[in-house]
Design a protein around this ligand. Structure first.
Ligand code: ATP
Ligand code: MG
Length: 301
């Protein structure tokens, strides 16, 4: 199943590009599933070209040039990173990146690509004035990356309505580093479900950014991204289960986060708890799914 996952932040540089690449790399390949492509749609300029020393001729700018003539297809603009992750890289320079994002967003090209592939789009900073705002507006799931420190979390507080489009868009928080408080409290204070807590792992982040890590096996950060990506893929799949037909006189359920009010569960990753997959997952990353979230709040077990 394909879809559009937007990954962004509210401020700062908490690790959005790293997260988009990590999630694309860890996205589960399921029977009949769509291929995954990371799209660097950050209007403030890309990093992937520089991180991997890729040729600039293929990527967001070439895709936008083609989209101008009405051909929205993604193929021909994708580059493969060592390790196999497929990306459409943005130009480093902000003016060029913003222009390309504007063209692609205006043409509906990112959304159209998500009909056949799972697009994990780095949208940079999420705000209403961003050139990537139209991409966020049509995404299936918005992942807000933040470091779990008071000043960063405080910036997310109060943005619930615009991040979730007043409950019509599914939106989750992804924490980079372990919070000083229980993850349930973070979710409650911020008003968004927590999709995962990533280990603070500079070496692992460096490997995702193309720096040699000296590891053969995936490190803790790569494993954690795999675990989070599985949870997000499950969330996308559930989203596509058709809603029951409306019953006369009963208001239809809205889309997005509000669907959780109908009892839909969202996985949150917390340390040390048990679940059917806990043994394997804990071994893999140290973080296991356990707690359920309803309507943006973590339920008590
Ligand atoms: N889990 C992590 N542990 C340690 N360092 C990390 C982790 N995730 C990201 N980083 C580091 O944080 C820095 C910023 O990461 P990244 O470029 O992904 O952030 P960003 O939010 O996309 O920033 P920008 O605003 O420049 O687009 C990088 O040096 C990256 O290696
Ligand atoms: Mg970035």
């Amino acid at each position: 199943m394909s879809g559009l996952v937007a990954v962004g932040s509210v401020k700062g540089s908490p690790g959005v590009t790293t997260a988009a690449l990590g999630l694309a790399a860890g996205w589960p390949m399921r029977p009949g599933g769509a291929p995954v492509v990371g799209v660097e749609a950050d209007p403030s300029g890309g990093d992937v070209l520089g991180w991997y020393e890729l040729p600039a001729a293929v990527g967001l700018v070439s895709w936008a040039a083609q989209a101008r003539s009405g051909r929205l297809g993604l193929s021909g603009h994708v580059q493969q990173l060592p390790g196999g992750v497929e990306v459409v890289a943005a130009p480093v320079e902000a003016t060029a990146a913003r222009g390309a994002v504007e063209v692609l967003a205006g043409a509906g090209a990112v959304r159209a690509a998500a009909d056949t592939v799972t697009v994990v789009a780095d949208v940079g900073r999420v705000d209403l004035w961003s050139a990537a705002a139209p991409v966020v507006a049509v995404c299936d799931l918005l992942v807000v990356v933040a470091r779990p420190v008071p000043v960063e979390l405080a910036r997310v507080v109060g943005r619930e309505a615009d991040l979730t489009a007043a409950g019509r868009r599914e939106c989750v928080l992804l924490l980079v580093g372990e919070p000083a408080w229980p993850v349930e409290r973070v979710a409650e204070s911020v008003g968004l479900p927590v999709a995962g807590v990533l280990p603070w792992d500079p070496r692992g982040a460096g490997v995702i950014a193309g720096r040699p890590g000296g590891r053969r096996a995936p490190g803790p950060l790569a494993r954690a991204y795999g675990l989070v990506a599985r949870g997000l893929a499950d969330q996308l799949d559930r989203r596509r289960v058709p809603l029951p037909p409306p019953i006369a006189g009963v208001p239809a359920l809205p889309a997005g986060n509000a669907r959780a009010t109908a009892g839909q569960k969202t996985t949150v990753l917390v340390p040390g708890a048990s679940s059917p997959r806990a043994g394997r997952d804990r071994e893999a990353s140290g973080w296991v799914p356990s707690t359920t979230v309803r309507r943006g709040r973590v339920g008590r077990r």
